[in-house]
Design a protein around this ligand. Structure first.
Ligand code: C2O
Ligand code: CU
Ligand code: CU
Length: 537
């Protein structure tokens, strides 16, 4: 937060016992909830309506920081402790939220229409989830409650991008400028504070940011009430409805390598239902989980069309029956409920029910068919345009008893000097050589990229001699991930190659695994885009 859009670090009065959403909050904080674990199947299914995230309303306008005479929409987004009803039969859950809801209110803008947001940290002074003070950037001398908001998928200047170390504390405000000069896409904002963002996001600090484009409305896609954003995030809950976050057996090092909740929330509800008409809907799916991967399907195994992924529309709709989404990945599907008039269809993933659609018997008039082409071609970048390739490993550190001590990118800690320093207005190929047993969703800030291919290689030979020997042919990206991406799965035993044009801004950003437990334990690195003419060190 430096330079032109310097943050106004305003001080807010911290008053304990805030009355939020009609509930009197208890003063902070007992640490971990002693109540026994909830077994979600013991709850009644499909008794709550699906919440639709409310739209954020601008608090006014601000002068455009780059274009004198123009003004842009201005939002104030407070982060506060709130009580969220995740299921009819559970007591409300203490969460940390943007604007008192989970997900937070959706910010919507048009492509090229900049917005300004004040992210106001009004959280309590103590955290209610287990901080591991041995992690980089989360030392015991630092304030427990720190936040810095990042717009995931946003083409944002570096000073507004939410660098993990530029956090603020309760009472302070982070001011961000989002030019939004990018294609229509489902983006999301979330906390990114160094060493604790897995806890802050688990607590609820996440919301949608939707970029629209005039072109999109000429395609006659389902819109308005027929377009539904769905944030899917798993949690572990106690029987009295409170969040529980798992810890390691070592009380001094509570970090745990992965979290898998058995309560799958969609837009903050556990097992909700939604009334639909017998017609097509555009479901905008986002994996908002810390570590869980989904394979979304309809319960009747009906086919649907995937029309977009992370950074916007695909070239053409892709028919599929199953949609895999790793943490932070998004995809839009068009599902047609017309054949199922009068019955129920569920959105499921493996053995989990997520959401029930109750399809009305009648109604559902609709006009045009799904277009066969969504996005003009010619937007592609060619592999030959890349000025260089970087070979980057994904590594796991194991201690003597084979316990994971965390993962690294290129075997390099967060604090080491920048090693990835592409030049602005060039494209590079990044080869992600996965030496671990897990799939890691790798995310680069600022840019959008294409997945070129994934190719199996001999892991042991590579670890022994650093020579890369492929053991099979390269597999192209799945058609459902063929569009512009900002997060891509690097599967175990594979080299995943992505083609990345570096455009718009020079400066310091980060790239990381979006399994939040990995990210918080140094599976994250800074990278720096250099101005043309400057050479790297
Ligand atoms: Cu979704 Cu670095 O973030
Ligand atoms: Cu991001
Ligand atoms: Cu990872």
């Amino acid at each position: 937060m430096s330079g032109r859009f310097h943050s106004s670090r305003r001080v807010f009065l911290c008053n304990a016992g805030l009355a939020i959403a009609g509930f009197q909050l208890k003063p902070p904080i007992e640490p971990l909830h002693p109540s026994p674990a909830l077994d979600p199947p013991t709850l009644a299914s499909f008794v709550d309506p699906l919440p639709l995230p409310q739209l954020a309303r601008p608090a006014g306008t601000r002068p455009h920081p780059e274009k004198p005479g123009e003004s842009i929409a201005y939002y104030r987004m407070p982060m506060r402790e709130a009580l969220i009803q995740v299921h009819r039969d559970l007591p409300p859950t203490r969460m940390w939220c943007f604007g008192d809801s989970f997900p937070g209110p959706s910010i919507e803008t048009e492509s090229g229409r900049a917005v300004m947001v004040d992210w106001e940290n009004r959280l309590p002074a103590r955290h209610f989830l287990p901080i591991d003070h041995t992690l980089e950037g989360a030392g015991p001398s630092l304030p427990e409650v720190r936040t810095v908001v990042h717009l995931h998928g946003g083409r944002t200047p570096p000073e507004s991008d939410g660098y993990p170390e530029k956090w603020i504390v309760p009472g302070q405000t982070q001011t961000c400028f989002y030019p939004s000069a990018q294609h229509a896409a489902l983006l999301f904002y979330h906390d990114h504070a160094m060493g604790i963002n897995r806890l802050n996001i688990y607590a609820g600090l996440q919301g949608f940011f939707i970029v629209r484009e005039a072109r999109e409305s000429t395609l006659h896609l389902p819109a308005g009430a027929y377009e539904i954003p769905l944030m899917v995030s798993d949690r572990l809950l106690t029987r009295d409805g409170q969040l529980s976050y798992p810890v390691s057996p070592d009380p001094d090092r509570p970090w745990t390598p992965e979290v898998f909740g058995d309560a799958i929330l969609v837009n903050g509800k556990l097992l909700p239902y939604h009334d639909v008409e017998p017609r097509r809907y555009r479901l905008r799916l986002m994996n908002g989980s810390n570590g869980r991967f989904y394979r979304f399907e309809l319960s009747n195994r009906a086919a649907f069309h995937v029309i977009a992924n992370d950074q916007g529309l695909l070239h053409a709709p892709v028919e599929a029956r199953r949609l895999p989404l790793a943490p932070a990945e998004r995809a839009d599907i068009v599902a047609d409920f017309a054949p199922f008039a009068g019955s129920n269809v569920r959105l499921v993933s493996d053995s989990f029910d997520i959401l029930q659609f109750r399809v009305a018997k009648e109604g559902g008039y609709e006009g045009a068919d799904l277009p066969s082409v969504l996005e003009e071609p010619g937007e592609g970048v060619n592999e030959t345009a890349a000025v260089r390739s970087r070979r980057l490993t994904l590594d796991e550190r194991l201690d003597k008893v084979q316990q994971s001590m965390g993962m690294l990118l290129n075997n390099t800690h967060w604090s080491a000097p920048v090693t990835e320093n592409p030049t602005l207005h060039t494209a590079e190929i990044w080869e992600l050589v996965n030496l671990t047993d897990d799939s890691h969703p790798i995310h680069l800030h600022l840019v959008r990229f294409k997945i070129l291919d994934r190719r199996p290689f001999d892991r042991f030979e590579f670890m022994g001699t650093r020579t890369l020997r492929y053991t099979g042919p390269a597999q192209p990206a799945d058609p459902v991930e063929s569009g512009w991406k900002d997060t891509a799965r690097a599967d175990p035993g594979m080299v995943t190659r992505i083609l990345v044009p570096f455009e718009d801004y020079a400066g310091r950003y980060v790239w990381h695994c979006h399994i939040l437990e990995h990210e918080d334990n140094e599976m994250m690195r800074p990278y720096e885009i250099l101005r043309p003419g400057k050479t790297s060190g």
